[in-house]
Design a protein around this ligand. Structure first.
Ligand code: FAD
Ligand code: NAI
Length: 464
């Protein structure tokens, strides 16, 4: 029996992989992490969560200044100009700082970074560049990349994916976004705020699939008010590029007459698919399911002893915090502890303005399981939101009609992404709506709307 080089080898240094590697090392296991990118942090830190939030934040401030919202508060700025180069520079700075931070954490925790793309050569062996290593445990955390749309070629100049849309050197006059999901709405908002006309083409009848029905309706209303145009129930059948401009051909999803629209840029954002190409899974005796994902059991174990998988490459929502939690859990399971992730309570947040957040069941899904009570409180009744000139949105709580246990919470307001943590924690502890209603919330905060929505479950909020 040959010696192992490592107790744990993690493939991929995204939020799933780098967290798994650090946790495994913290638990005393000799750990390495293979990553082919030039910097650590995966999709999330390099071309996902972080750079998109850097642009969302900056473009939001620009709109507040240029659109007169700051002047209304008594902050007069004179003429406001967009410096897109500076906006991009601060995005790159944010990415550099955070990816460098992971490299520091690897060194601090003695995680060895194997630079290069890994491919299996056996059940416990992997080749990274010229080096072949053996590990007692291998964690696949290779993440995902953009789903291509047949007939639409991404050139990253005119027709871009999310990575290209983060880097546009010029504000497009007209940006057509294919897909009314999270990426389309976040990046569509960025470019609209700095001056682009944005048209979102969505195949389904409504945007934001998977979100609560009320939330989907209200968000569409708010985005339209902000100036985004929607073509729902519509499919793109082709995009042609000529002279640096795109012609997008659309058809009703159910079939019908085609039409064309012109665009300076087209963003393809119709979902993401797992990365397994090039891993040589067959050498390890592994295969993927019909959706290209690696199936795992409750402890993130694959069908092959000693091989585990986490994050976007396994079934479940493709979210950084889900990947991170799985990273901690898999390392703990490898170390003989009990690592658990409650997949029923993974919050989702769309970082637009206002933010849109949810956890647990939608009203529609909860009703399929049994009788429910629903409490809703408008942000227009919340003193802090009103004072901050943010009257849009609401908090909605769905509770079991018999036990009062909270089944789902949905929030639209500026700080919904932060507020949803409270709801998630309450639900993790099995809270009833009454538990939330009788919890003291500081005044004046947006969070008081959660308490009022909980009071509304039994019909007695104070401020409406
Ligand atoms: P990834 O982050 O994709 O990392 C996988 C890594 O593995 C990559 O660095 C890749 O280079 C590497 N790799 C792949 N194959 C190999 C190989 N054979 N050998 C070595 N290395 C390999 N999620 C949120 O929760 N919040 C957000 O705000 C958010 N914003 C997003 C914005 C955008 C524009 C995008 C595209 C995604 C966003 N996401 C967000 C989703 C989030 O980025 C992913 O869910 C998350 O990165 C998944 O983590 P992961 O570790 O599974 O994989
Ligand atoms: P998505 O799954 O959120 O949305 C894709 C949208 O495209 C859906 O509404 C779908 O109906 C539509 N669509 C599919 N095919 C289409 C077609 N041919 N024509 C028109 N519309 C079509 O995927 P998205 O936005 O690409 O994001 C990918 C992943 O990245 C998501 O799973 C998301 O979880 C993650 N992400 C998370 C963020 C966050 O947490 N804030 C931010 C950005 C991405």
């Amino acid at each position: 029996m040959a010696e192992y080089d490592f107790d744990v080898l993690v493939i991929g240094a995204g939020p799933g992989g780098y967290v798994a590697a650090i946790r495994a090392a913290q638990l005393g296991l000799k750990t390495a992490c293979a990553e082919g990118r030039e910097t650590l942090g995966g999709t999330c830190l390099n071309v996902g969560c972080i750079p998109s939030k850097a642009l969302l934040h900056a473009s939001e401030l620009f709109e507040e200044a240029a659109g007169g919202a700051l002047a209304k508060l008594g902050v007069k700025l004179g003429s406001v100009e967009l410096d897109l180069d500076a906006m991009h520079a601060q995005r790159k700075e944010a990415v550099k700082g955070l990816t460098g931070g992971i490299e520091f954490l690897f060194k601090k925790n003695k995680v060895e970074w194997l630079k290069g793309y890994a491919a299996f050569t056996g059940k416990d062996s992997v080749k990274v560049g010229d080096r072949e290593v053996r590990a007692k445990n291998i964690v696949i955390a290779t993440g995902s990349s953009v789903t291509p749309l047949p007939g639409v070629e991404i050139d990253q100049q005119v027709v871009v994916d999310s990575t290209g849309a983060l880097e546009l050197a010029k504000v497009p006059e007209h940006l057509v976004v294919i897909g009314g999901g999270v990426i389309g709405l976040e990046l569509g908002s960025v470019w609209r705020r700095v001056g682009a006309k944005v048209t979102v083409v969505e195949y389904l009848d409504q945007i934001l699939p998977g979100f609560d029905g009320d939330v989907r309706k209200e968000s569409a209303k708010l985005f339209k008010k902000q100036g985004i145009e929607f073509k729902t129930g519509t499919k793109v059948t082709g995009v042609s590029v000529s002279g640096g401009k795109a012609t997008v051909t659309l058809e009703p999803a159910k079939g019908g007459e085609a039409q064309t629209i012109e665009a300076d840029n087209v963003l393809v954002a119709i979902g993401r698919r797992p990365n397994t190409d090039g891993l040589n899974l067959e050498a390890a005796g592994l295969s993927v399911n019909a959706r290209g994902q690696i199936e795992v059991g409750h402890e993130f174990e694959t069908g092959v002893d000693g091989i585990w998988a986490i994050g976007d490459v396994v079934p479940g929502p493709m979210l950084a915090h889900k990947a991170e939690d799985e990273g901690i859990a898999v390392a703990e399971n490898i170390a003989g502890l009990t690592g658990i992730v409650n997949h029923d309570l993974i919050p989702s947040v769309v970082y637009t303005m206002p933010e849109i957040a949810g956890v647990g069941l939608t009203e529609e899904a909860a009703k399929e399981k049994g009788e429910v009570k629903v409490g809703k409180f408008p942000m227009a009744g919340n003193s802090r939101a009103k004072t901050n000139h943010e009257p849009d949105g609401f908090v909605k709580i769905i509770a079991d009609a018999k036990t009062d246990r909270v089944l789902g919470v949905w929030i639209i307001t500026s700080v919904a992404g932060t507020m949803i943590a409270q709801a998630t924690q309450a639900m993790e502890f099995g809270a009833t709506s009454e538990d939330i209603a009788y919890t003291c919330h500081a005044h004046p905060t947006h969070s008081e709307a959660i308490k009022e929505a909980a009071m509304a479950v039994t019909g007695k909020p104070i401020h409406i």
